[in-house]
Design a protein around this ligand. Structure first.
Ligand code: ASP
Length: 323
């Protein structure tokens, strides 16, 4: 049987209501993680191919666990182990895999646009697990789930996203997702790490909700959520330097117990991982009581279960919970 091609390439593809449906379904699956037996059968007999051409710890593992918890077959391929290293194009690789009738292909690639390209060509569902600097939609969804649980909702919150905004697909997906859910977003970084016009990526929806702060103190002032980003050195090749050195960036934009005081007293601290300890985040904050970083990882499995179900089985029913 042909699967329903319900791709997830960008958060921009989702209406607010669809995001809430995914978060609600994720809530249910998050609760399942505390049960001794975590397996459901909704994707029994289905096949999910995880195709990762960039390194990944959390995303790849959690997509695999998510597929298996729903009883799907999960196959992982990537990098040097695929024929792209023999000169095959990504599209040809994907077409060959599709000839084996998977129900969904989860793809991570360094080329921004890779997932969209596959989605245009594929008959099965394509899920973007990170495409270059473009988007990482499931990260934004699991971040929204984490915030919703920690803060009781997302609407009206002040969220500071701090660090290498320029190279961050996590930032772009979060801007779109948080704006759709009614939060206000501050992008906090030196000018050289903030792409011109980024406030406009979601049109009026983001223009009205995103502002820029080029000083940490101003950016964190009154923030409910502080989301720290890693400097994505792997994406700097061929670029003029954007800041004098990492130590200076860390001193001016890194989060320590001292700089966290600029945010609200009950602000939570998030990070998509991998953390560079002592650079964007001090170990005391990373391991401290305000950090919800490992909760984010747990939500990753639950949200990816919901995303896989939606991709393969179709729209999730509304469960009446608020964002
Ligand atoms: N894990 C995230 C990503 O794949 C963030 C990072 O690598 O810094 O984009």
């Amino acid at each position: 049987m042909r699967c329903v091609p319900r791709h997830l390439v960008s958060i921009a593809d989702l209406e607010r209501g669809e995001i809430v449906q995914i978060l609600d379904r994720g809530d249910r699956y998050r609760a399942l993680a505390d049960e001794p037996i975590k397996k459901l059968t909704s994707l029994r007999g289905r096949t999910v191919i995880n195709m990762f051409f960039e390194s990944s710890t959390r995303t790849r593992t959690s997509f695999e666990i998510a597929a298996k918890r729903l009883s799907a077959e999960a196959i992982n391929i990537g990098g040097a182990a695929t024929s792209t290293s023999k000169g095959e194009t990504l599209l040809d690789t994907a077409e060959n895999l599709e000839a084996m009738y998977p129900d969904a292909i989860v793809v991570r690639h360094s080329f921004g646009g890779a997932a969209a390209m596959l989605a245009r060509a594929a008959r099965c569902a394509v899920i973007n697990a990170g495409d270059g600097q473009h988007e990482h939609p499931t990260q934004a969804l699991l971040d929204a789930a984490t915030i919703r649980r920690a803060k009781g909702g997302v609407e009206g919150l002040e969220v500071a996203i701090v660090g290498d905004i320029a190279h961050s697909r996590v930032a772009r997906s979060n801007i779109l997702c948080l704006a759709k859910l009614g939060a206000r977003v501050r992008l906090v970084a030196p000018w050289t790490l903030i792409p011109r016009g980024i406030e406009e990526i979601g049109g009026e929806e983001t223009r009205a909700r995103v502002r820029i702060a080029t000083r940490l103190e101003a950016g964190l002032d009154g923030a409910d959520v502080v989301m720290m980003l890693r400097v994505q050195h792997e994406r700097f090749a061929g670029e003029a330097p954007r800041f004098p050195n990492t130590r200076e960036l860390s001193r001016t934009f890194g989060l320590s117990e001292r700089s966290l005081r600029f945010a609200k007293a009950d602000a939570i601290v998030m990070h998509p991982g991998p953390i560079n300890r002592g650079v964007e985040l001090s170990p005391e904050v990373a391991d401290g009581p305000r950090a919800v970083i490992l909760q984010q990882v747990s939500w990753g499995v639950a949200i990816r279960m919901a995303v896989l179900e939606r991709a393969i089985l179709g729209d999730l029913p509304a469960e009446g919970e608020r964002a």
